[in-house]
Design a protein around this ligand. Structure first.
Ligand SMILES: Cc1ncc(COP(=O)(O)O)c(C=O)c1O
Length: 406
């Protein structure tokens, strides 16, 4: 589809076939200790969108700015919807369901963006893609790299969970652990592409990451029989996923396929709450994040300004939860519903639990709620150290079985 870029801060439009990342004037106004400025939104031709609105069925690829070649080598969507019946009963809500993006090829939502970035690289005839990641975006891009034969250069904080790093190593990426935070890795990866070329896939910095992520909303719309939920819970760090979720519903609305955007809830840990604070105060200040939910541990949210704009414009809100609430939610999901996710994802469930009484009061107990579960539990097994233990073995005899269960 034909598109242009629009700066979310000054509204300046950029029409180009080149790969661009930021509005140079606004980016230059970014200040240390504040959320960055000058990020770009992709806006489509109105007529083409309206034509899409006439179709009986839309695919996520109808709404993409690049053709995705050979989709079957790295397939994205349609991820299952799981209704956790036992947990719903406990909450007193009858219509809560989870969108299981943890089941994508590399085990996280980040595959959605990586597929489109791979398509962008192929369209621009380059094989090199660099990025920074807390772990999942790196694993996803590396997975796409293995599938399409692309070279991935990945900067990660050296403290990222080993399973996520090992995934990227196994997929064949060049992994560069950084003795610093995710935010440090972010800047180093930009320095890398400025110096050595290639596409930079940094989350939100490359506007195509949000375009890839928006596919969730388009997919969900068709999956629900051309309906949208009342409320969507999204785990938030950098704010790129939530901006993508909004963008998908926004494009559906511009196509005339929906007439509203759901209430979207920015679900954050109290120990990584930069976007929630900005939403409440109007000040875009960085923080020192320290949550155990490593995927959402972000000091300076790259997509923070866009996420806050969307939340304000479309009646979203922020719900913060404690570290204990996140870990408890992770346990409840796996133990009482068979849904095994990493702590970042569990943050969305924890936020829903916190909001449940308010949801019932405001919308009734039939409220249609989608909880976006973004990363699989196997990615971070160390988080269970000291929380669960493996039972000791019994001796190999029938007597031992009888003794064990008598
Ligand atoms: C599993 C998972 N959930 C949620 C998020 C949060 O996404 P964002 O940083 O775009 O807010 C991430 C980001 O890495 C993630 O990996």
């Amino acid at each position: 589809m034909k598109f242009k870029y629009v700066c979310i801060d000054c509204g300046k439009e950029f029409v180009t076939d080149e790969v661009i990342y930021q509005c140079p004037e606004c980016a230059a106004k970014s200040k240390e200790g504040e959320f960055p400025r000058g990020y770009l939104k992709v806006i489509y031709d109105k007529e083409e969108l309206r034509e899409l609105g006439k179709k009986d069925h839309v695919s996520i690829y109808d709404f993409f700015p690049y053709d995705v070649p050979n989709k079957e080598v790295y397939p994205i969507g349609t991820t299952p919807i799981v209704k956790p019946m036992r947990l719903n009963a406990k909450l007193g809500l009858s219509n809560v369901y989870c969108k299981m993006d943890a089941y994508l090829p590399s085990g996280s939502f980040k595959d959605r963006a990586s597929q489109l970035i791979a398509a962008q690289a192929i369209a621009h005839d380059t094989k090199k893609i660099a990025l920074a990641s807390t772990g999942n975006a790196g694993a996803a891009m590396s997975c796409a790299g293995a599938a399409y034969g692309l070279d991935i250069i990945l900067f990660v904080p050296k403290t990222a969970p080993i399973n996520k790093l090992m995934q990227s190593v196994l997929y064949g990426a060049t992994v560069v652990p950084v003795d610093g935070t995710y935010d440090d890795a972010f800047l180093l990866s930009i320095a890398y592409t400025e110096h050595f070329g290639g596409i930079n896939r940094n989350t939100a910095y490359n506007p195509m990451t949000i375009e890839g992520k928006k596919s969730i909303s388009i997919e969900l719309f068709e999956q629900l029989g051309r309906r949208i939920p009342d409320v969507v819970y999204v785990p938030v760090g950098d704010g790129c996923i939530i901006s993508g979720v909004y963008k998908g519903f926004y494009d559906l609305m511009k196509a005339g396929l929906t007439d509203r955007i759901p209430h979207i809830v920015c679900s954050q840990s109290e120990k990584s709450n930069a976007i929630s604070l900005a939403f409440a105060t109007g000040q875009f200040k960085s923080i020192e994040a320290s949550t155990r939910a490593d995927s959402i541990s972000v000091d300076i949210p790259a997509s923070g300004r866009m996420a806050v704009q969307y939340l304000k414009q479309y009646d979203g809100w922020c719900t913060q939860v404690t570290e204990q609430e996140i870990l408890d939610a992770q346990m409840k999901l796996v133990h009482d519903s068979g849904i095994f996710v990493e702590p970042a994802s569990a943050t969305a469930w924890a936020a829903l639990e916190k909001d449940a009484p308010m949801l019932k009061q405001r919308f009734g107990s039939n409220v249609d709620v989608c909880v976006l579960l973004t990363g699989i539990g196997f990615k971070d097994m160390a988080v269970f150290d000291g929380r669960v233990s493996m039972p000791s073995p019994i001796e190999n005899s029938v007597d031992a079985v009888i003794r064990r269960f008598s």
